[in-house]
Ligand binder design. Structure first.
Ligand code: KIV
Length: 288
């Protein structure tokens, strides 16, 4: 089954979606306590095409730093990378709301800085929302953007951009002080006006309590099935890596399939079985 249609007027395989046909930020917000929100990361046009029919939300996550660029963390990810991949994902989708991560250093200095860069992301990609990490310290910025027409997804708990401050990627909220901090962060950005909130790497009880305490839907990753939705890094979920974190469930074995296909290709080239009769061109009245 094709996951896209050819626009006969332009011959584009990825016609621009009709305005307002996509899920919107208010539509996602209205899912609080309803059917779970299905979200995945996407970084490329073709992946977006394949995921879009099954997802409510596609996140162009700054995890592309590690997944696509082989960087050691999300810290070096740039606005240019996010804009290029964000635009590709918008071109490959028409149903899901596309949100783009604001990379480290593009929003923390001030609400003004955040507005300028969030506006650039929306203009250059066609995405409908941005996501930014941080709790109480980012509440003012979330409110500033939300009041100026920029839908924001919050992200609290384990916030990978703060890896240097947190000292690693361990799940948050094991002791009472940390648990209270995660809850205070969740409430602060939700009250500031984010329309959805990612809860990453938190003890399950905290995710449940946060979900009950905030007005916007929570989207869990390493959190709880009681969240209002779930998100995973697509390449983790597809089994593209040998090692996956504890909270990832593999729904496929893409690494195995790619390795097997590459091995079969290598053998066919070595044995001169490829290209075969079906893959070569012959002029009419063959000169053979
Ligand atoms: O960057 C990312 O992919 C994310 C998700 C894991 C929530 O922020």
């Amino acid at each position: 089954m094709s996951t896209y249609t050819i626009d006969t007027a332009t011959s584009r395989a990825t016609p621009s979606p009709a305005p307002m046909k996509r899920l919107t930020a208010p539509a996602i917000m209205a899912r609080k306590g309803g059917d779970p929100i299905v979200a995945l990361t996407a970084y490329t046009m073709r992946t977006a095409q394949l995921l879009d029919p099954h997802c409510d939300l596609l996140l162009v996550g700054d995890s592309l730093g590690q997944v696509i660029y082989g960087l050691p963390s999300t810290i070096p990810v740039t606005l240019e990378m996010m804009c290029a991949h964000g635009a590709a994902v918008v071109r490959g989708s028409w149903h899901a709301l596309v949100a783009v991560d604001m990379p480290f250093g593009s929003y923390e200095a001030s609400p003004d800085q955040a507005f300028m860069n969030a506006a650039r992301i929306l203009k250059e990609t066609g995405a409908a929302a941005v996501k930014l990490e941080g709790g109480e310290a980012m509440a003012e910025t979330v409110a500033f953007l939300a009041k100026r027409g920029i839908p924001v997804i919050g992200h609290v708990g384990l916030t990978p951009q703060a890896v240097n401050a947190l000292g690693g990627y361990r799940a948050r909220g094991r002791d009472e002080a940390e648990a209270n901090k995660v809850l205070a962060d969740a409430k602060a950005v939700a009250e500031a006006g984010c329309f959805a909130l990612v809860l990453e790497g938190v003890m399950e009880e905290i995710a449940v309590e946060a979900t009950k305490s905030v007005a916007c839907p929570t989207i869990g990753i390493g959190a709880s099935a009681q969240c209002d939705g779930q998100i995973l890094v697509t390449e983790d979920m597809l089994g593209l890596f040998e090692r996956t974190p504890r909270f990832v469930k593999r729904f496929g074995d893409l690494a195995g399939e790619i390795a097997a296909a590459a091995e079969a290709y290598a053998k066919a080239v070595a044995s001169r079985d490829f290209p075969g009769e079906d893959q070569i061109y012959r002029a009419k009245g063959d000169r053979k």
